[in-house]
Design a protein around this ligand. Structure first.
Ligand code: FAM
Length: 438
């Protein structure tokens, strides 16, 4: 059994050589034109970032080192007594490009459990915050404050060689992932279950098993399994999405992984990105309130048009890259399809029926390039069913998950010695001058 550090020691020189070869042979090859529409259109479609762990195909959806979600469900080790992918095996795949053995997965679970306690100053910081402060703001603040113990920042201050950057970055990333459950659970308990004790970390449990335990739902095996799947499949979605890209940009200044990931969390906290899962549930509950028990396709259609006509977006639908139903949405739906108690839940029914109607309405509306559901359309309703009804908290769970991909890439950015990110911007006048000459 190898440690994740040993595997990376093997893999990194190979990737460094690949990148050197690419640089030497193809530096001047074109990957496409930069059009004015790219510059004024949020850089959509511009191939401008190196991101190795996952690639998003508009039709097929996400693949992690070439593996689709169903491939991962077959190949990655679940928790003892479970079936779903766990964070440890997904992180191992993302970081190393290899499928870990069961022993390797368990070893990583144990390391996370051993490193999972929060420092006192972070506990005090979180406990001092007003309960009315949004849980995502609290999460970002807590992650930023963890940089007190950054090994990368300390090593940089001591003076280290560039070739050593990745090793210290990796230690920070592992420590941060290990501590996220205790931090995220403390926020939940403080805001929604004040004055009740939080469970300690169980060294025999996986990362998400401990997270669910600390949230106070450890008795619920199905919710634990759901969150294992949820956290594994939200882990990475290539590099250009706002949270991953933010971590990459901030990390490129050699800001440590805690500060880089705190920045990413504040990007995730926007309603067009991670906050959409909170918004979906709020919107579906409003729909339910308005149409009452008589849920028909006609009623749902009417509510959809009302949302669109009032100038709002339909949360959980559309995507910057995808042009098909999101395979993450499908995986979460399949989780429900094998559990009759979930299928019978009115909120889950409503989400399912909305999926039957919304693509047609969005096509007729004619604006969005992708009328299909993204992952957020399904993720919240199952949490709601299992009693985790505080939907302002949902994006925090996404925030625990996205660390897997964003932090993987920070390790690789340092291992490959990627430079400070600094794209060129242009003013409207400068663009006009260029295009008028053509
Ligand atoms: N409802 C109504 N209008 C929509 C829409 C939706 N779900 N999705 C896109 N549009 C509109 C969009 O606002 C834009 O209108 P304007 O021309 O008036 O600005 C037009 O359609 C073209 O947009 P697009 O090119 O299809 O989408 P973008 O790449 O600009 O934006 C999203 C992508 C995800 C921000 C957008 O689809 C959206 O706002 N969806 C709802 C929010 C949501 O579910 N976000 C979560 C995304 C998720 F994957 C994640 O990050 N977790």
């Amino acid at each position: 059994t190898k440690t994740i550090r040993e595997v990376l020691q093997e893999v990194i020189p190979q990737k460094q050589a690949q990148l050197q070869e690419l640089k030497a042979k193809h530096s001047q090859a074109s990957l496409g034109d930069v059009k004015v529409e790219n510059v004024i259109g949020g850089m959509r479609g511009l191939k401008a970032m190196l991101w190795d762990a996952s690639v998003l195909d508009p039709i097929e959806g996400i693949r992690f080192h070439g593996l689709s979600i169903p491939d991962c469900q077959k190949q990655l080790t679940p928790a003892p007594g479970g079936k779903e992918i766990i964070a440890e095996s997904m992180l191992w795949l993302l970081l190393t490009g290899r499928v870990p053995t069961e022993a390797e997965t368990r070893q990583l679970s144990r390391e996370f459990a051993e490193k999972g306690d929060l420092p006192k100053h972070v506990e005090q910081l979180i406990d001092s915050l007003p309960k009315t402060l949004h849980p995502m703001t609290q999460l970002g603040m807590g992650v930023a404050a963890l940089n007190h113990d950054s090994q990368f920042a300390a090593a940089y201050e001591r003076g280290i060689k560039k070739s050593e950057y990745w090793t210290h970055t990796l230690e920070d990333c592992i420590n941060l992932i290990a501590r996220l459950p205790a931090l995220a659970a403390r926020i939940y308990r403080n805001v929604y279950k004040p004055g009740t004790p939080i469970a300690g970390i169980n060294k025999d449990l996986d990362l998400v098993g401990n997270y669910v335990n600390m949230l106070g739902y450890g008795h619920n095996h199905d919710l634990t399994e759901y969150l294992r799947l949820y956290i594994a499949i939200h882990g990475d979605h290539e590099g250009g999405n706002a949270s991953a890209h933010t971590a990459h940009l901030v990390g490129s200044t050699l800001s440590d992984p805690y500060l880089s990931y705190a920045a990413a969390l504040f990007a995730l906290a926007g309603p067009l990105h991670g906050l959409a899962n909170q918004e979906v549930l709020r919107w579906q509950m409003n729909m339910q309130k308005e149409i009452g028990d008589k849920i028909t396709h006609e009623n749902i259609k009417e509510f959809l048009w009302k949302t669109l006509k009032s100038g709002q977006v339909v949360p959980g639908y559309g995507h910057g890259v995808l042009r098909n139903p999101d395979p993450r949405f499908i995986a979460l739906q399949e989780f429900c399809s094998t559990r009759p108690e979930l299928l019978a839940d009115p909120v889950i029914q409503l989400v399912k029926q909305t999926y039957e109607v919304a693509p047609g309405v969005l096509k007729e509306h004619g604006k969005t390039k992708n009328p299909y559901p993204n992952v957020d359309a399904a993720s919240g309703c199952v949490l709601y069913h299992y009693g985790l009804t505080e939907f302002k908290y949902y994006t925090v769970i996404f925030g625990v998950s996205r660390a897997l991909g964003a932090l993987t890439q920070l390790v690789w950015a340092r291992a490959l010695n990627l430079p400070l990110e600094r794209p060129k911007s242009l003013s409207i006048d400068a663009i006009k001058q260029i295009v008028e000459k053509q």
